[in-house]
Design a protein around this ligand. Structure first.
Ligand SMILES: *[C@@H]1O[C@H](CO)[C@@H](O)[C@H](O)[C@H]1NC(C)=O
Ligand SMILES: *[C@@H]1O[C@H](CO)[C@@H](O)[C@H](O)[C@H]1NC(C)=O
Ligand SMILES: *[C@@H]1O[C@H](CO)[C@@H](O)[C@H](O)[C@H]1NC(C)=O
Ligand SMILES: *[C@@H]1O[C@H](CO)[C@@H](O)[C@H](O)[C@H]1NC(C)=O
Ligand SMILES: *[C@@H]1O[C@H](CO)[C@@H](O)[C@H](O)[C@H]1NC(C)=O
Ligand SMILES: *[C@@H]1O[C@H](CO)[C@@H](O)[C@H](O)[C@H]1NC(C)=O
Ligand SMILES: *[C@@H]1O[C@H](CO)[C@@H](O)[C@H](O)[C@H]1NC(C)=O
Length: 532
């Protein structure tokens, strides 16, 4: 009888010791034995119920803190220096049913990477949101190949580089936002195997060049937002792969040239926003291929003229914003391919704040104003102004044929503006010398010119000028001896330069009125100064 009793006591003691040992293990925070257990799928803490005041991460879970029951967690990162494989991330195994997880970094520099260890344990996640980190590099597979993830929002994390496969193998993701970071580099295949991605937001970054093929694996993208970057260069391969894209936002960049076929891959694009760039040169075929395009905004650029067939390739266009450019002409040939689209009520043609020259090429403004049902278009046309140039100027710019006019000639409107200023000065009895100085100053500074012209030009409301009284440059050509060849209402002064150099000066002078002659002399003097 004694022996079994002793055995029983020993059994109880051993059992108690084991239970105590287990409890100690459960309570101990950084017990190495515990760690080995975590590696096999265990966990250390309930992430929704961290009582340790020194913990670097605290989470608030909606509705329940119970183990494995939370679906939504908001976590704050309070302290920096958390290693990528810190146990705290493993604690997310305590809540494998999380569908929504956000990290809000409360201390500068506290989170320098996407905690993909934590994400790995949350296979049911549909939404990840990380804010205010200092995640300079997004490493490959940062979002842990989460199959249920729908959206990833990584705003304001000082991200500079998206490495290869940064966003990859996310079969259900529809939206990725990287707004307000400092992205400079997007490596090839940074976006990879994202078959359902519909919206990609890269607004407010520092992207200057987009590598060809960057979007090759995001073929279901519908909306790409590149607003507020530093992009200056686009080519026909930049947007390869985006055959389904509907909306492309490139506003507030530094694009100055649009070469041919830039958007040729985007044959489903409906909305193209290019406002607030530095556009000066647009190839006649820049928009070719955009057969579905409805809305094109080009406001706030430096466009002085539009190539004649620019809208041939975008015949569905019904909303066009060209406000705040430097357009001096906008011919009926320009608008013809889309003229009928501008008649319905919901169409738009916005043209205010340009440098139009009052001439008969603007007659169609009256016509459209009469025929359109769009109140926006009517209002806009109603407030477009044009500049009545002093007669001498129109005579000057109608004088010559020009073979060298091309769209790359950015100086046209600058020099034209120069003349206007000068003639205005002459009228105001400013000395010749002074106006020459001014023209020189003006020519050295692009930006001042248009302000100057705007201030001094006689601006008139286009619609208030009876269409048949708008001066027609072509008629005046007949009065000169030169061939009636006209490409443009404004012939750049460079051609005058050529004339004065290569043609018989007296002939030119004789055909001029005294006032014109005065200007001619003035220009010759200036040219002399300029050329010497
Ligand atoms: C935990 O989740 C289960 C299943 O969703 C539910 O039946 C149970 O009531 C939940 N417990 C609490 C405390 O919310
Ligand atoms: C994601 O998938 C890729 C390709 O299958 C694999 O190489 C990578 O290790 C996976 N990453 C994670 C974190 O699961
Ligand atoms: C996408 O999510 C649905 C619903 O959560 C799931 O059934 C499906 O398997 C996921 N797709 C992939 C490719 O994992
Ligand atoms: C943007 O990138 C350029 C280099 O491309 C760098 O010089 C500049 O400092 C960056 N700007 C910001 C705000 O990070
Ligand atoms: C724009 O085009 C002009 C003329 O084709 C060229 O001289 C200039 O370098 C281009 N600018 C850029 C930024 O590509
Ligand atoms: C516009 O309509 C008015 C009144 O119907 C008409 O007198 C005028 O000729 C029209 N102008 C043009 C350019 O069609
Ligand atoms: C210009 O000055 C001359 C003489 O100084 C004067 O006769 C003439 O009326 C002035 N013209 C104008 C437009 O002020």
């Amino acid at each position: 009888m004694e022996r079994p009793r002793i055995a029983g006591v020993i059994y109880i003691v051993v059992s108690l010791a084991l239970v105590t040992e287990m409890q100690i293990n459960v309570l101990a925070k950084d017990n190495p034995k515990r760690r080995t257990k975590e590696k096999t799928g265990g966990f250390q803490k309930n992430i929704c119920d961290i009582t340790d005041r020194d913990s670097k991460v605290h989470c608030y879970c909606e509705n329940t803190r119970e183990l494995r029951n939370a679906t939504k967690a908001e976590c704050w990162v309070f302290n920096g220096g958390i290693p990528r494989d810190d146990v705290i991330w493993q604690s997310f195994a305590s809540q494998p049913n999380l569908q929504s997880l956000s990290f809000n970094v409360r201390v500068d520099g506290a989170l320098g990477y996407v905690p993909n260890r934590a994400l790995q344990y949350s296979q049911k996640l549909r939404s990840v949101n990380i804010k205010y980190g200092n995640i300079v590099d997004v490493a490959p597979y940062a979002l842990a190949n989460l199959t249920n993830l729908r959206e990833a929002i990584l705003t304001q994390n000082q991200i500079e580089n998206l490495q290869q496969y940064a966003f990859a193998h996310l079969p259900n993701v529809t939206m990725i936002s990287l707004e307000d970071n400092m992205i400079i580099e997007i490596e090839t295949n940074a976006f990879f195997d994202l078959p359902k991605l519909q919206k990609l937001v890269l607004t407010k970054n520092n992207i200057s060049t987009i590598r060809d093929g960057t979007f090759l694996h995001t073929f279901n993208l519908l909306e790409l937002d590149l607003n507020k970057n530093n992009i200056f260069n686009l080519n026909r391969h930049t947007f390869d792969g985006l055959a389904n894209l509907r909306k492309l936002d490139l506003r507030r960049n530094r694009i100055c040239n649009l070469t041919e076929f830039t958007f040729a891959e985007l044959w489903n694009l409906q909305e193209l926003l290019l406002g607030k760039n530095d556009l000066k040169f647009v190839s006649e075929r820049a928009f070719d291929g955009l057969s579905q395009l409805r809305k094109l905004s080009l406001e706030d650029n430096d466009l002085a003229r539009l190539p004649t067939g620019l809208f041939e390739g975008v015949r569905g266009l019904s909303s066009l914003d060209l406000r705040s450019n430097k357009l001096y002409a906008f011919t009926f040939d320009n608008i013809k391919p889309i003229f009928d689209n501008l008649k319905p009520q919901n169409s738009n043609l916005l043209l205010e704040e340009n440098n139009f020259v009052c001439d008969c090429q603007l007659k169609w403004f009256h016509l459209l104003h009469n025929e359109t049902k769009s109140q926006n278009t009517r209002d806009s046309l109603g407030s477009v102004t044009c500049q009545m140039d002093p007669p001498v100027v129109s005579a000057a710019y109608n004088k010559l044929p020009d073979d060298s006019i091309n769209t790359k000639d950015y100086n046209q409107e600058i020099l034209h503006a120069g003349i206007t200023i000068e003639t205005q000065n002459a009228k105001n009895n400013v000395t010749v010398k002074k106006s020459l100085e001014e023209v020189k100053d003006v020519i050295t500074d692009n930006n001042d010119i248009n302000q100057e012209t705007a201030k001094r030009g006689v601006k008139r409301n286009v619609l208030k000028i009876a269409p048949n009284t708008l001066p027609c440059p072509k008629k005046e050509i007949k009065t000169t001896e030169l061939p009636p060849f006209m490409v443009d209402p404004i012939i750049p002064i460079q051609n005058e330069m050529k004339t004065y150099r290569f043609e018989d000066q007296t002939n030119v002078a004789i055909s001029l009125t005294p006032f014109q002659f005065q200007v001619t002399v003035l220009w010759s003097v200036w040219l002399y100064l300029f050329l010497t």
